[in-house]
Design a protein around this ligand. Structure first.
Ligand SMILES: [Zn+2]
Length: 462
């Protein structure tokens, strides 16, 4: 697709002199470099960046300029995109990849689209600004793309991830964790809250990416955490940089976007250009960078663990259940000849292992069809024989169990109750299967307040 893109940009500019002039002037734009945070930041003086829209949403097809060319791109689940040449470029071959519908900017469900784009646009970096992190069109979902090699942080990520892929240690980045074939690293230079990711498959990459975002607090009334991200393909794998941002409002009129956050800083006012020193730059970054305290909490959430416990859920002659990920639908186990009958074969014990034990809050992995209706559970499902019946046992993290039982407690008492019940649990968990009437699996009542109560008391016994 890369050669298609070259031709696409060339054809577009050949019929659009006004925009072609901007790309030409980009070649002679003033730039300089500035040492900052262990990297060499690029400053670009770009007055052409300022004028933006004439009328309506600039990413809606009905408002495209007469001469606008489009290249279709198909995302996941039938999501369609148009690839456009950016009318206010900061890079050569600067692209905007916009949804064909006017739907709000969001990364939920769309990160795999971003990775597919990165795979399709060979030699390019695809980037994303979350709605409150430097996008000028939060109302219309879009990505951007530019050729590789312009953003200093992207170059640093490539250098480090290459070393890591080759099996070398690097003191600049700390390994944080992995999800299947995806690995997460914390970059310890430049700004706080910078993470590198690599993975063989888009699925694992997306899982690891969303796990990282899950660890960040939302700003009130906002729909997703504040961050910027870039992704690309290299050496047969997906690679990405995620820059997490503070909850405070930036003092600058133009909130920095991915390029600025990745060390390619655009200065729209000519008069400002010579005035930017490392100190000024630090001021700009400090404003939008994750605070020390927030970074610490985030890192802790990413690496914390919880003891695994066994909870008895139900015992009956016959139990209907469903493993959500296997797609096989509802199944039945029953008691027969002192053992467990499953699909005609007899077992002493049956285990349906969950993929991971969460360090956040778990996703449901199976359903039990109980008398009162279906209940969803996180973790592993085990069937054992007990007193002439089959017993369903749930193996899960202590904190995941706690989230379930604490959800039934009035919000004002959730914090002290979380500590008290954790203590109760810890006194019993060595002795084997826990029995607890209040545990009904994952519940819809596990709301933000209950999550906060468990999160903030995580592991505490008093
Ligand atoms: Zn629109």
């Amino acid at each position: 697709m890369a050669t298609d893109i070259d031709k696409f940009v060339h054809d577009q500019l050949s019929v659009w002199p006004k925009v072609a002039a901007k790309y030409r002037s980009l070649k002679s734009a003033q730039t300089r470099t500035l040492p900052y945070g262990g990297l060499l930041v690029t400053l670009q003086c770009n007055p052409g960046r300022l004028p933006i829209f004439d009328h309506g949403c600039p990413l809606c097809e009905e408002n495209y300029m007469e001469k606008q060319h489009t290249l279709p791109f198909e995302g996941r689940k039938g999501r369609k995109y148009n690839i456009l040449v950016n009318r206010a470029p900061i890079f050569p071959n600067h692209l905007v990849i916009t949804r064909d519908q006017h739907v709000p900017q969001t990364i939920w469900h769309r990160f795999p689209d971003m990775l597919d784009l990165a795979a399709a646009l060979e030699g390019y970096v695809v980037f994303y600004n979350s709605p409150n992190s430097g996008t000028s069109v939060p109302g219309h979902a879009h990505f951007q793309a530019c050729p590789k090699g312009y953003m200093p942080l992207e170059r640093a990520a490539e250098r480090i991830l290459r070393a890591v892929a080759a099996g070398d240690d690097t003191p600049e980045a700390e390994f944080i964790g992995s999800t299947r074939d995806a690995q997460l690293y914390h970059f310890k230079r430049f700004n706080r809250g910078v993470f590198f990711l690599r993975a063989q498959t888009a699925k694992s990459m997306a899982k690891q990416f969303y796990r990282l975002l899950d660890c960040l607090n939302l700003v009130a009334e906002e729909t997703e955490p504040r961050f910027n991200a870039l992704a690309y393909c290299s050496e047969g794998e997906y690679r990405a940089v995620v820059m997490l941002r503070s909850a405070s409002r930036p003092h600058f009129p133009l909130s920095p976007g991915t390029a600025d956050m990745a060390g390619f800083v655009v200065v729209p006012e000519v008069a400002d250009f010579p005035r930017i020193t490392p100190e000024v730059l630090q001021g700009i970054y400090e404003d939008v960078t994750l605070s020390e305290e927030d970074e610490k909490r985030l890192l802790w959430r990413l690496v914390r663990t919880q003891p695994r416990i066994e909870v008895g859920v139900v015992a009956a002659p016959e139990i209907r259940f469903e493993i959500i990920s296997d797609g096989a639908g509802p199944q039945t186990v029953s008691f027969r000849e002192g053992r467990i009958d499953y699909n005609g074969a007899l077992y002493d014990e049956l285990v349906f292992e969950a993929v991971t034990i969460s360090t956040l809050f778990a996703e449901p992995s199976f359903i039990l069809y109980l008398e009162g209706g279906p209940h969803r559970y996180a973790g592993t499902l085990k069937f054992v024989v007990e007193d002439g019946k089959v017993q369903a046992v749930n193996l899960l993290g202590a904190e995941d169990w706690l989230l379930s039982v604490i959800s039934l407690v009035p919000a004002a008492q959730q914090r002290p109750e979380a500590v008290r019940r954790r203590r109760w649990l810890y006194e019993r968990m060595e002795a084997g299967i826990i029995r607890c009437q209040d545990y009904i699996g994952l519940t819809d009542k596990a709301d933000a307040a209950a999550r906060a109560a468990v999160d903030e008391t995580w592991g505490k016994l008093e």
